[in-house]
Ligand binder design. Structure first.
Ligand SMILES: [Zn+2]
Length: 111
Protein backbone atom coordinates (compact mmCIF):
# COMPACT_ATOMS: atom_id res chain seq x y z
CA UNK A 1 0.00 0.00 0.00
CA UNK A 2 1.39 3.39 -0.96
CA UNK A 3 -1.10 5.27 1.18
CA UNK A 4 -1.61 5.44 4.91
CA UNK A 5 -4.25 6.79 7.25
CA UNK A 6 -4.27 10.61 7.36
CA UNK A 7 -2.51 10.94 4.00
CA UNK A 8 -3.91 13.63 1.75
CA UNK A 9 -4.48 12.07 -1.63
CA UNK A 10 -5.65 13.14 -5.06
CA UNK A 11 -8.07 10.97 -7.00
CA UNK A 12 -6.63 10.30 -10.44
CA UNK A 13 -9.55 8.66 -12.24
CA UNK A 14 -13.27 8.09 -12.04
CA UNK A 15 -16.09 10.44 -11.09
CA UNK A 16 -14.03 12.11 -8.37
CA UNK A 17 -10.91 12.66 -10.49
CA UNK A 18 -9.02 15.77 -9.44
CA UNK A 19 -10.50 15.93 -5.96
CA UNK A 20 -8.37 15.65 -2.87
CA UNK A 21 -9.23 14.19 0.49
CA UNK A 22 -7.84 12.60 3.60
CA UNK A 23 -7.47 8.87 4.01
CA UNK A 24 -9.78 7.76 6.79
CA UNK A 25 -9.24 4.04 6.57
CA UNK A 26 -7.14 1.57 4.61
CA UNK A 27 -8.15 -1.97 3.78
CA UNK A 28 -4.88 -3.61 2.66
CA UNK A 29 -6.47 -7.00 1.95
CA UNK A 30 -8.71 -5.42 -0.65
CA UNK A 31 -6.24 -2.77 -1.77
CA UNK A 32 -8.87 -0.19 -0.94
CA UNK A 33 -9.15 2.92 1.16
CA UNK A 34 -11.86 5.25 2.40
CA UNK A 35 -11.16 8.86 1.49
CA UNK A 36 -12.93 11.72 3.26
CA UNK A 37 -15.49 13.36 0.98
CA UNK A 38 -14.77 11.06 -1.96
CA UNK A 39 -16.80 8.28 -3.56
CA UNK A 40 -20.07 8.97 -1.78
CA UNK A 41 -22.72 6.35 -1.94
CA UNK A 42 -26.26 6.40 -0.65
CA UNK A 43 -26.62 3.79 1.98
CA UNK A 44 -30.02 2.57 3.04
CA UNK A 45 -30.26 2.23 6.79
CA UNK A 46 -32.89 0.90 9.10
CA UNK A 47 -34.14 3.20 11.86
CA UNK A 48 -31.83 3.15 14.86
CA UNK A 49 -31.36 5.21 18.01
CA UNK A 50 -28.81 7.37 16.27
CA UNK A 51 -30.97 7.74 13.19
CA UNK A 52 -34.60 7.24 14.25
CA UNK A 53 -35.97 8.01 10.80
CA UNK A 54 -33.87 5.43 9.01
CA UNK A 55 -33.77 6.03 5.30
CA UNK A 56 -30.78 6.93 3.22
CA UNK A 57 -27.49 8.38 4.41
CA UNK A 58 -24.53 9.49 2.37
CA UNK A 59 -21.38 7.64 3.20
CA UNK A 60 -17.93 7.32 1.70
CA UNK A 61 -17.39 3.93 0.08
CA UNK A 62 -13.96 2.28 -0.03
CA UNK A 63 -12.19 2.92 -3.30
CA UNK A 64 -9.31 1.19 -5.06
CA UNK A 65 -6.03 2.71 -3.93
CA UNK A 66 -4.48 2.43 -7.37
CA UNK A 67 -6.73 5.36 -8.31
CA UNK A 68 -5.24 7.72 -5.75
CA UNK A 69 -1.86 9.34 -5.29
CA UNK A 70 -0.44 11.07 -2.24
CA UNK A 71 -0.18 14.84 -2.76
CA UNK A 72 3.13 16.65 -2.48
CA UNK A 73 3.14 19.12 0.44
CA UNK A 74 6.15 21.08 -0.83
CA UNK A 75 5.06 24.56 -1.96
CA UNK A 76 8.02 24.93 -4.31
CA UNK A 77 7.29 21.63 -6.05
CA UNK A 78 5.80 21.78 -9.56
CA UNK A 79 3.27 19.27 -8.30
CA UNK A 80 2.40 21.10 -5.07
CA UNK A 81 -0.90 19.81 -3.70
CA UNK A 82 -1.26 17.44 -6.65
CA UNK A 83 -0.98 13.67 -6.66
CA UNK A 84 2.58 12.46 -7.11
CA UNK A 85 4.28 9.14 -7.27
CA UNK A 86 6.51 8.45 -4.31
CA UNK A 87 9.77 6.66 -3.80
CA UNK A 88 11.34 5.42 -0.61
CA UNK A 89 14.06 7.60 0.80
CA UNK A 90 16.60 6.41 3.35
CA UNK A 91 17.23 8.88 6.16
CA UNK A 92 20.47 9.33 8.10
CA UNK A 93 18.86 7.67 11.10
CA UNK A 94 18.12 4.55 9.05
CA UNK A 95 14.40 5.18 8.72
CA UNK A 96 12.76 4.89 5.35
CA UNK A 97 10.21 7.50 4.40
CA UNK A 98 8.23 8.23 1.28
CA UNK A 99 9.38 11.11 -0.85
CA UNK A 100 7.95 12.92 -3.87
CA UNK A 101 9.57 11.65 -7.09
CA UNK A 102 9.49 15.18 -8.52
CA UNK A 103 11.17 17.18 -5.79
CA UNK A 104 12.38 14.63 -3.24
CA UNK A 105 10.35 16.24 -0.47
CA UNK A 106 9.66 13.79 2.33
CA UNK A 107 6.02 12.95 2.80
CA UNK A 108 5.46 12.24 6.44
CA UNK A 109 2.05 11.63 7.86
CA UNK A 110 1.24 13.77 10.84
CA UNK A 111 -1.60 12.52 12.95
ZN1 LIG B 1 7.13 17.34 -4.81
Amino acid sequence: MHVRINDIVEVMSGDDAGKTGKILKVIPKKQKAVVEGINYILKHVKPSQKNPQGGRVQKEAPMVVSNVLVVCPNKSCTKYNRGVRTRMKLLDNGNRVRACVKCGHEIIVTV
